[in-house]
Design a protein around this ligand. Structure first.
Ligand code: FAD
Length: 325
C-alpha cells in the first residue's frame, strides 16, 4: 500500500477551501510517505471540478459519478471504499467537517484501518505515520502512531494546512461505480443559509480581537470602529459572542474559528484561555493588551502591553488622528 487518497468536498457547485487544504496536507508529506497523491471527487458532475483540483503535487484525479445532486454520506463512503480497493493508498484524508464526519469514521471501520479525527499535524516518525490532534479540551497536544496499520484514515482540521499552488499535470480517471444502488440513512432536504456576518476570521491576515476586558456591550462599536480604522478584522473571545455582543462568526478559538491566515493578532482584554489560544497562538506576531501582568495571553504574545484597553484605544485613536491631520 502506498500513496495518499484525498476526498474532495464541494457544495452547490463550488469546491470547498478545505479540499485545497487537504491536498496541501498530502503534498507536504508525499515524499516521506511515498506513492502518488490522488484526489477523489464524488458528485453529479464530478468532471466540472477537474480544473479547480489541479494543484501542484496531485498525480491523479478520480471521478465518481452519482445521480444525486447533493452530498450523500453512504455514496461517499462507498466511492472511497471502491477507490481505496483500486488504488491501495496507505493514507486517506477526509475533511473534519459536517460532510467528512458523517462517513470518515465509518470508512475506517469498513477498512479496518487506523483512524484519528480533527488532526492538525501529520508527519512520519521512526515507526511510520505520526499525527497530532488535541486532547482534554485542547489543553494538550496528543501524538498518535498507528503500529501494524497499513492504512490510516484521518479527518483533518480546516484552516490548518496551506493549499499548494494551482497547476500540475494530474491525469483524470473516471471510476465505473454503481452508486445509485447505495442507500444511506439520510436524505437531503434543504440548504439553510447561515446568517451573513461579513467576516471571515479564517482568511483575515490582521485581526484585532476583543475580550471581556472591554467590559460592556456599549463599548463594542468603539472597538469595531478602531479595528476598521487600523485595517483589522474584528475578532472576539467566546464570552463576547455568547453574550450576543458580536456575531458568532467573529469568535476565535476552539469553538470559534482558527485564525489560519493571520500574520498579526492584537488581543485586547483577553485572558488567553487555552480554548482561545487554540485559534491564534500560532500567529507570527501577537500583541496583547491586558491589565493583568500574569494573564496567560502573555505566554504566547510577541509583544505585551500591561495597560488598560481604553487607555490603549485612546492612544491609538490619537495616533491615527495625528497621522490623518
Ligand atoms: P476573561 O477570561 O474574563 O478575561 C478578561 C481579561 O481582560 C482578563 O485577563 C483581565 O485581566 C483583562 N481585563 C479586564 N479589564 C481590562 C481592562 N480594562 N484593560 C485591559 N485588560 C482588562 N473561549 C474563546 O475565546 N474561544 C473559544 O472558541 C472557546 N471555546 C471554548 C470551548 C469550551 C468547551 C470551553 C469550556 C470554553 C471555551 N472558551 C472559549 C471559553 C474560555 O475558556 C474562556 O472563558 C474565554 O476565552 C475567556 O474570554 P476572555 O479572555 O474574554 O475573558
Amino acid at each position: 500500500m502506498s500513496g495518499i487518497l484525498v476526498v474532495a468536498e464541494h457544495t452547490r457547485g463550488a469546491l470547498s477551501d478545505l479540499t485545497g487544504e487537504l491536498i496541501g496536507a498530502s503534498t507536504q508529506i508525499k515524499d516521506k510517505i511515498g506513492g502518488p497523491v490522488r484526489v477523489l471527487v464524488v458528485g453529479e458532475q464530478p468532471d466540472t471540478f477537474v480544473e479547480a483540483l489541479r494543484f501542484e503535487g496531485v498525480d491523479e484525479i478520480l471521478l465518481a459519478r452519482t445521480e444525486n445532486p447533493h452530498f450523500d454520506a453512504a455514496a461517499s463512503e462507498a466511492a472511497v471504499l471502491a477507490a481505496a480497493k483500486q488504488c491501495e493508498p496507505s493514507l486517506i484524508l477526509v475533511g473534519h467537517s459536517a460532510n467528512g464526519l458523517s462517513f470518515g469514521a465509518g470508512l475506517a471501520v469498513c477498512l479496518g484501518s487506523g483512524f484519528a479525527a480533527d488532526v492538525f499535524g501529520i508527519d512520519i516518525a521512526e515507526h511510520g505515520l505520526r499525527v497530532t490532534r488535541s486532547g482534554y479540551g485542547n489543553k494538550v497536544n496528543v501524538e498518535i502512531d498507528f503500529p501494524q496499520k497499513p492504512i490510516v484514515v484521518l479527518t483533518v482540521r480546516g484552516a490548518t494546512f496551506k493549499p499548494p499552488l494551482s497547476g500540475g499535470e494530474a491525469v483524470v480517471t473516471p471510476l465505473q461505480l454503481d452508486l445509485e444502488s447505495v442507500t444511506g440513512r439520510y436524505a437531503h432536504e434543504d440548504f439553510i443559509e447561515a446568517p451573513s456576518s461579513g467576516v471571515d476570521i479564517g482568511k483575515a491576515d490582521f485581526i484585532m480581537s476583543i475580550g471581556r476586558g472591554i467590559q460592556d456591550e456599549k463599548n463594542v462599536p468603539r472597538f469595531a470602529d478602531l479595528a476598521d480604522r487600523i485595517g483589522a478584522t474584528l475578532g472576539c473571545s467566546r464570552p463576547i459572542a455568547d453574550s450576543g455582543w458580536l456575531h458568532k462568526a467573529h469568535q476565535v478559538g476552539l469553538t470559534g474559528k482558527v485564525a489560519g491566515n493571520c500574520k498579526l493578532y492584537l488581543a485586547l482584554g483577553i485572558s488567553g484561555a487555552v480554548q482561545h489560544l487554540h485559534g491564534m497562538k500560532h500567529v507570527e506576531t501577537i500583541i496583547a493588551v491586558n491589565t493583568d501582568p500574569n494573564a496567560p495571553i502573555y505566554n504566547v504574545a510577541t509583544y505585551g502591553c500591561v495597560m488598560d484597553v481604553f487607555a490603549f484605544a485612546d492612544a491609538l485613536e490619537k495616533a491615527i488622528e495625528g497621522t490623518s491631520a
